[in-house]
Write a protein that binds this ligand. Structure first.
Ligand SMILES: [Zn+2]
Length: 171
């Protein structure tokens, strides 16, 4: 995208303080940081929809967030951390997927606020059932595609064994 600031940083049209880069992602210091040491991680390609991001890039981004946080903690002695991933329409100027890592310090006056509401318990129950059923379906599809389907066990409870196997294979 021509007017996207993240694309410009990724293709070096804009100068930046690069902390890490490879073929897929880039990590830079935030030049307008909400707190000292804040940094940004984003895919080099202009991807707006988090749900279509590859598992590999997703994992790379969160892994580099962790390791740079370890290094920064030694230097800046921050007391906490917020990690904010934005993609698509979130009120941001650019829709490019970006992870902001924001070190938090005592009395830093940063307010991250949400207008919370009491959700309807029947909707929570319905949503929980829908999501867990879909997760199981997803993991079964994945394992089937790997041709490593195990004996199907019929259980009333949610079978997290398959999910665990799925996650293990993806890491
Ligand atoms: Zn972009």
């Amino acid at each position: 995208m021509d007017d996207c600031v993240y694309c410009k940083i990724a293709n070096k049209t804009l100068p930046s303080y690069i902390l890490y880069e490879d073929n897929d992602i880039i990590c830079v210091l935030d030049i307008l940081p909400p707190s000292k040491g804040s940094f940004l991680i984003f895919p080099k390609l202009h991807i707006e929809d988090y749900t279509i991001l590859s598992d590999e890039i997703n994992q790379k981004m969160i892994t580099i967030a962790k390791y740079i946080s370890i290094i920064l903690k030694n230097k800046l002695k921050f007391n906490g951390l917020n990690i904010l991933l934005s993609s698509g329409e979130t009120g941001q100027r650019y829709k490019h997927i970006v992870i902001q890592v924001i070190p938090r310090f005592k009395d830093d006056n940063i307010r991250i606020s949400f207008n919370r509401f009491r959700e309807d318990p029947s909707f929570l129950e319905e949503l929980k059932n829908y999501i867990t059923a879909e997760l199981i379906k997803m993991s079964q599809q994945y394992l089937n595609s790997e041709k490593k389907e195990e004996k199907k066990e019929t259980k009333k409870d949610i079978d997290y064994k398959l999910l665990n196997q799925w996650f293990e294979k993806r890491i």
